[in-house]
Structure formats: C-alpha cells, structure tokens
Write a protein that binds this ligand. Structure first.
Ligand SMILES: *Cc1c(COP(=O)(O)O)cnc(C)c1O
Length: 224
C-alpha cells in the first residue's frame, strides 16, 4: 500500500520548490490510488495505455492523468479523451496524431517533448538538434496543430548513484528547456514544465530546476 508519511514530506518539499508531484501509479492498484487521492494527491502518472484507460474509468474525474514514457501512435486515440498531459512526445508523427485525436475530441492536448539525456541506449527521446527541429516544425504549423500544445520538456537520467553525472544530465535538460523557452515562447507562459526526477534522483533534479517530478516506488513501494 501507500506510504503516507513519504507523501506528506514530498508534498511539503515540492510546495516549497513550486514543483508538481506526479504520483507514478503504473502497476499499482485502484485502491492504492484512491488512498493517495484521499490525502489530496491529484496528479497521477501511468505508462501503459490499457491500464490507464481502465483506471481512469474507475476513478474520480478530477484526477489529472499524465501519460509518461513511450506512446505508440496507434494508441493515442484511447488516452486523448481524458489525458491531462502526455509526457514523452518524440516525433512529428506522434505530434500530428495527438493533434488529430485532439480535433476529434474537441480538446487541446498538452504535451511535453521527451529529451534524451542519459547515457543508456534503452531510453527514448530526442537529441538537442532533433528537439529544435520539432519546435521549428510545430512553430511553422501552429495553425494546423492547434489541438496540441507543447508545454515543456521531460527527461530521464541514467540509472546511477553518481551524483555528479546526474547533476550534469539534469543540468543539460534544464539548459535545453531554458533555451527553447527563450527562443520560441517569449510572450507565451504556457511553456513552463521541465519534468525531471524520479524516486532515486528527485532531490538532484529539483536542485537543477525541475518543475515536475514523477515518483512511483517511494510512494507506493516496489512495483510487482
Ligand atoms: C516508472 C517511471 C517513473 C517512476 O519511477 P520510480 O523510480 O518508481 O519513482 C518515472 N518516470 C517514468 C517515465 C517512469 O516510467
């Protein structure tokens, strides 16, 4: 079940840092989500489409569902009706499909671009050049892409205990975030999220400027 004390402490730390806590509830039960909801948690993160759809149908409407991690284009249609923020867009194709489903559902879908910062071949994301290409494309086609809104970036650091390396990786993501915010969104306040930090590294991420942490195992215990 959930760790209430950890939630209370995290909520305080995040309020002080003005950052959002996304409780990563993948593989966790509806009852565990309800228990955190009762404490006041509203942002929850899932990364399996079918699981997200099933849980959203059973839980209160004021939960803000975050889709984190890799999303296949052919599954976008299932989450667009209810998702709050898609964290993990890494291609033109996905951006277009999210827009298309946004039009169908008469919703504007908030997304973050996933940027690759780790030194592991297994993690998804755009490199610094690709992220600029995607922003150029989005800016040039803004009218055709009116049902998708890029609200920031997200990234996952290498799974390591090396704090210096983590600081460097989060620092790089924060620099990408600042650069995009200055280059593309001068007058528009909606580009504001730099989603970084998980159970093992969130303190370093917050120190590096994170506006949103995604925390699973610390809150819920180990996933089964
Ligand atoms: C699972 C997951 C998390 C949470 O990981 P924990 O180490 O359990 O906090 C955060 N972000 C993404 C993208 C994930 O897939």
């Amino acid at each position: 079940m959930i760790n209430e004390q950890v939630w209370l402490e995290l909520s305080e730390v995040l309020t002080a840092s003005k950052a959002t806590l996304v409780a990563v509830s993948k593989k966790q039960s509806v009852a565990a989500i309800e228990a955190l909801y009762k404490l006041g948690q509203r942002d929850f993160g899932e990364n399996y489409v079918q699981e997200a759809v099933e849980k959203a149908a059973q839980l209160p409407d004021d939960i803000r569902w975050h889709f984190i991690g890799h999303l296949q284009s052919n599954k976008v249609k299932y989450i667009v009706p209810f998702v709050h923020l898609i964290q993990g867009v890494e291609s033109f194709k996905l951006l277009q499909e999210i827009n298309r489903q946004g039009v169908k559902n008469n919703r504007v879908i908030n997304v973050l671009l996933q940027v690759y910062i780790a030194d592991e071949a297994t993690k998804f994301g755009l490199d610094e050049k690709e992220v600029i290409e995607l922003m150029d494309y989005y800016t040039a086609q803004k009218e055709q892409l009116a049902n998708v809104k890029i609200c920031g970036v997200m990234g996952m650091a290498t799974a390591t205990d090396d704090e210096q390396q983590l600081r460097e990786e989060f620092g790089r993501l924060y620099a990408v975030f600042q650069n995009l915010r200055q280059s593309y969104f001068l007058a528009d306040g909606s580009f504001k999220e730099c989603s970084m930090g998980m159970s093992g590294d969130y303190q370093i991420a917050l120190a590096a400027g994170s506006t949103m942490v995604r925390i699973g195992s610390l809150l819920f215990g180990t996933r089964v």
